[in-house]
Design a protein around this ligand. Structure first.
Ligand code: GRF
Length: 204
């Protein structure tokens, strides 16, 4: 069984898409746990509904929250294969990144390396894309390193936004693409089809 953990801060639509792909196609993948920086959010609610183990994490000890050190221990002990950030808004500490080399991925709602970095999340991204006048946007799945939205690109999918009349339209079109791209990439990891060769990542 290929074990993944999903980190999310918000409504959890990507988590749902991942879950549906696994359940709908009986894949040999288990969502071992869902982690949030909140104690209540859509992603946690969904996880509880599906009896998936949940954790709330904080950088320093805080009642009701575990620490990143605790999660490192927990994930190592349970043989977690992949950590998926799906709308997780806090920066992952360096020691956590070091503990899971090439095992943490993130989905970003734009075509990196454009429209990424600190502060570029949620509608900020789509507004910046809209203002830029770009005719395409899309979603990027990339490895997580110690710099925001900077790790190697694994997969991207474009959307035509040439007729978009508001940033919200771009957000909806990109979200739809995210819901197929992220489950696709996870499946490729689970079947060992992701090959890293220096700066490029190949999907076989
Ligand atoms: C997605 O657009 C994701 O790319 C971004 O945050 C959003 C999360 O949405 N990082 P959801 O919580 O999965 O619905």
């Amino acid at each position: 069984m290929f074990k993944i953990c999903v980190f999310a801060s918000g409504r959890g639509s990507n988590l749902k898409a991942i879950w549906q792909n696994i359940a709908g196609r009986s894949l040999n993948i288990e969502i071992y746990s869902v982690v949030s920086d909140k104690t209540e959010c859509g992603a946690l609610e969904f996880a509880r509904e599906k009896s998936i183990k949940t954790f709330s994490v904080a950088h320093k000890g805080k009642a009701g929250f575990v620490t990143y050190d605790f999660l490192i221990e927990e994930f190592k002990r349970n043989g977690i294969n992949l950590i998926v950030l799906a709308g997780f808004l806090k920066k992952i500490p360096d020691e956590f990144v070091d503990a899971f080399p090439d095992k943490i991925i993130n989905i970003h709602p734009a075509l990196l390396p454009f429209f990424g970095g600190k502060g570029m999340y949620g509608m900020n991204v789509h507004k910046a894309v809209f203002e830029s006048g770009m005719k395409v946007s899309g979603a990027t799945v990339h490895f997580v390193d110690k710099i925001y939205d900077h790790g190697k690109v694994i997969a991207q999918k474009c959307v035509d936004i040439s007729s978009a009349s508001a940033a919200g339209e771009i957000a909806n079109a990109v979200l739809e693409v995210e819901h197929s791209l992220l489950p696709f990439v996870i499946e490729k990891f689970a079947s060992n089809k992701i090959i890293v060769k220096r700066k490029r990542v190949y999907i076989h």
